[in-house]
Design a protein around this ligand. Structure first.
Ligand code: ADP
Length: 418
C-alpha cells in the first residue's frame, strides 16, 4: 500500500499529536524518527518527526527536503508540513523557509497555513492567533526562551520569514464552507500570493478548510487542520473504511512500568495519585546529583518488583527543588543529568522484560526513545487527549509518550487498563 499523506513535523510530540488526529480519522499512521534511511513503513500516513523547529535554517530546510523526497518516493499524494499551534518560530524561520523549499520542490506555487487547534484554545481570527482569550503575543508565548512570539498577526509573521507574499482567507468566507474557501484560495493563488493564512475558530472550520484543500500538493499547519483530510482520501476511493481498526496495535504483553521526568503540575499530580496505588520510587536528584548513582538506586529498588501491574520511577520534583538543582549545575546540565538517569533506567527495564512503558515528559521521552534505539512508532488508541499508545520498532514494545501537561490524575494507572 502506498503512503497517502506524507507529513513532516518540526518536533517530536507535535508529530505524535498529528498522527493521533489522523488515526482518529480512520487512517493508519506511523511516526518515523528523523529522516528515514530505508524503505518507509506500511501505513496510510507516515510522519517524519524532525527536531527542526529551532535548528539552524539550513539544517531545517535540508532535513525537511530529504524527508519530502522519501515520502514522495513512497507514493505520498499530498505533503503536510506540521508546526506548532502557537506558530513557534523566529524572524529567521523556520516555518517560512521550510514551506518555501517545499513549495518549490513540489512546484505548487502556493500553500495554506493554519495552526488553529480550537480544542486547545488556539484559534485564528482576522489572521490573528489567539491562545484562549489572549492574543498570541500576550499569552506568555512572547517570553518563550527559544521562539518568543511577539506578534499575533500571522500574515505579518509569515511575511517576515519568506520572500513570497501572504494573503488571508477571513472568517466570513470560512463560515460559508468548503466551496467558498476553495474559491478564495484559488483567487489568492492566482493573484500571486504564495501563502494564505486561513481563519478558523471551530473544528467545523478546520474540517471545511481540509475539504477545500483536497487538491493541494502541500498543506501547512497544526494538527487541527488534519481533521478534514481523511475524508478527502475516502472520497477519492483511496482509503478504505477502517473505522476503529486504524488504531490496532500488536497485543499488549509483558511487564508494565512508568518513568516520569516531567516536573509539570499535571505530572506531579499524577505521581501523587500513583503513590497511593502502585509501587513508586521518587528519586532525589538534588540529594544525588549523579546520573549513574540515581539509575543504580532505581535498579536496586526495581529488583523483584517488575510484573504485569505497573511500577513508577519518578525523578520529577516541585519547582523549588528543580530551581535548586539548576542553580547548582546549570539548567541544561540539570536536565541532561536526569534525562540520562531515566534513559538508563528505561534500558534496564526493557532488559528485565518491560514491554509496556509510559514516559512522562517531552524531553524525557526523547531521551528514552533514543536510548532504546527506536526508529518508528505505530500509533494506536488514545489514552487521554493527545496521548496514544504506540508500538515502537525495532525494540518491539508499547510506549506511551506523554507530554508533561497532558493526562488526567489517574493516567499512570488508566494507561494499563486498556
Ligand atoms: P515536560 O513535557 O513537562 O516539559 P520534559 O521531560 O520535556 O517535561 O522536561 C522536564 C525536564 O526537567 C527534563 O529535562 C528533565 O530531565 C528535567 N528534570 C526532571 N526532574 C528534575 C529535577 N528533579 N531537577 C531538575 N530537573 C529535572
Amino acid at each position: 500500500m502506498p503512503v497517502l499523506l506524507g507529513c513532516i513535523a518540526d518536533d517530536f510530540t507535535g508529530a505524535t499529536d498529528l498522527a493521533n488526529t489522523l488515526v482518529k480519522g480512520g487512517m493508519t499512521a506511523v511516526q518515523v524518527i528523523g529522516v528515514p534511511e530505508g524503505p518507509l513503513p506500511d501505513a496510510d500516513v507516515v510522519i517524519v518527526a524532525l527536531k527542526s523547529r529551532t535548528a539552524p535554517v539550513g539544517v531545517a530546510v535540508g532535513e525537511s527536503l530529504a524527508a519530502a523526497e522519501a515520502l514522495l518516493k513512497a507514493g505520498a499524494r499530498q505533503l503536510f508540513f506540521k508546526y506548532c499551534s502557537t506558530f513557534d518560530s523566529t524572524e529567521a524561520g523556520n516555518i517560512g523557509p521550510v514551506a518555501d523549499a517545499l513549495v518549490q520542490r513540489l512546484g505548487c506555487g502556493f500553500a495554506l497555513a493554519n495552526p488553529a487547534f480550537p480544542t486547545n484554545g488556539r484559534t485564528v481570527y482576522q489572521g490573528h492567533l489567539f491562545v484562549g482569550g489572549m492574543l498570541l503575543n500576550e499569552s506568555g508565548m512572547e517570553n518563550h526562551p527559544l521562539t518568543p512570539m511577539k506578534d499575533a498577526n500571522l500574515v505579518r509573521v509569515l511575511s517576515r520569514q519568506t520572500d513570497g507574499t501572504v494573503g488571508l482567507v477571513p472568517f466570513v468566507t470560512v463560515e460559508q464552507g468548503a466551496q467558498a474557501i476553495r474559491k478564495a484560495l484559488t483567487v489568492l493563488k492566482e493573484s500571486g500570493r504564495r501563502y494564505a493564512i486561513v481563519d478558523a475558530v471551530t473544528d467545523a472550520h478546520l474540517v471545511a478548510i481540509g475539504e477545500a484543500a483536497s487538491e493541494h500538493a502541500l498543506i501547512t499547519g497544526g494538527s487541527g487542520i488534519a481533521m478534514g483530510l481523511p475524508a478527502n482520501f475516502r472520497a477519492k476511493g483511496l482509503l478504505p473504511e477502517r473505522g476503529d481498526s486504524a488504531a490496532e496495535l500488536p497485543p499488549m504483553v509483558g511487564h508494565a512500568a512508568v518513568l516520569a521526568g516531567s516536573c509539570s503540575r499535571a505530572t506531579l499530580g499524577q505521581i501523587g495519585f500513583a503513590r497511593d496505588h502502585i509501587p513508586t520510587l521518587e528519586l532525589d536528584a538534588l540529594a544525588t546529583p549523579d546520573a549513574g548513582a540515581l539509575a543504580a538506586q532505581a535498579m536496586a529498588w526495581l529488583e523483584g518488583k517488575l510484573g504485569a501491574s505497573p511500577v513508577l520511577v519518578a525523578a520529577s520534583a516541585p519547582p523549588d527543588k528543580v530551581a535548586a538543582l539548576q542553580a547548582r549545575l546549570g539548567r541544561d546540565a540539570a536536565g541532561a543529568l536526569v534525562e540520562h538517569a531515566l534513559a538508563e533506567v528505561a534500558e534496564y527495564m526493557v532488559r528485565q522484560g518491560v514491554k509496556r512503558l509510559v514516559v512522562a515528559g517531552g524531553e524525557t521521552s526523547g531521551a528514552v526513545v533514543s536510548r532504546l534505539g527506536v526508529t518508528s512508532l505505530r500509533i494506536g488508541r488514545e489514552i487521554d487527549p493527545g496521548v496514544p499508545w504506540t508500538y515502537a520498532e525495532p525494540a518491539g514494545l508499547h510506549l506511551a509518550l506523554k507530554s508533561g501537561n497532558f493526562g488526567t490524575r489517574d493516567f499512570f494507572l488508566k494507561a494499563f487498563e486498556q
